[in-house]
Design a protein around this ligand. Structure first.
Ligand code: SF4
Ligand code: SF4
Length: 197
């Protein structure tokens, strides 16, 4: 990848990421580092640093963030939010940052494998549908504890579920995702800097 230049930075990156106004106070970040100090991912992955991610967003370092593998490490435990002295909801910021990365064809490899569960939910009303033998096993277990056999998902429930997928635009997004092609990742955020992979 060509060297990143200041003209590549986006002055309004924060606004573009937080387009749903879920984290309106990011500019209050004190850069105190309590989020990083209490993050279980940062404890075992020195290159992962929520405080640094916020700093990069406010600076507008688009390429570094969107191409970074680091933004896929957070698992939304919200410990950073719990300890933040100014109540910055980092997990919601991360959710939107990933969405923006996906829209730019990064990180698809993490999301595409679970897309099939979304399609299954759309078709059957369940993300997980066991085979015939699986259903027999579940029913044996349910009978043994005195519970009725596993009920079918009703057509009405499936229709309601589909309506949610359609009205929120989720199904459209899932179909689009299938067609998208992953862009190569070139940058990785490392402690104190950025390295080419
Ligand atoms: S704990 Fe809050 S204020 Fe401190 S660096 Fe993290 S987000 Fe910023
Ligand atoms: S929500 Fe993400 S960034 Fe925050 S503490 Fe948990 S893993 Fe770390």
């Amino acid at each position: 990848m060509p060297r990143e230049r200041d003209k590549d930075w986006r002055d309004n990156l924060y606004g573009e990421i937080d387009k749903y106004n879920l984290v309106e106070n990011l500019e209050n970040c004190l850069q105190c580092g309590k989020c990083t100090g209490n993050c279980p991912v940062a404890a075992i992955t020195p290159s992962y640093n929520p405080r640094f991610v916020i700093s990069e967003i406010l600076t507008g370092n688009t390429a570094r963030l969107l191409e970074s593998e680091e933004i896929w490490r957070c698992f939304w435990c919200a410990n950073c939010y719990r300890v933040c002295p100014v109540d910055i909801h980092f997990p919601l910021l991360m959710m939107q940052l990933r969405f923006m990365a996906l829209e730019n064809n990064y990180g698809l490899k993490y999301v595409k494998p679970i897309n099939k569960y979304g399609f299954r939910a759309f078709d059957k009303g369940l993300t997980f549908v066991p085979g015939e033998r699986g259903v027999q096993k579940i029913n044996r277990l349910r009978t043994s504890i005195g519970v009725e056999e596993w009920p079918e998902v009703s057509e009405k429930a499936i229709a309601e579920y589909r309506a949610i997928f359609e009205q929120t635009g989720a199904i459209e997004w899932m179909e689009k995702l299938e067609e998208m092609v992953e862009k190569d990742v070139n940058f990785s955020l490392e402690r104190g800097g950025v390295t080419n992979e």
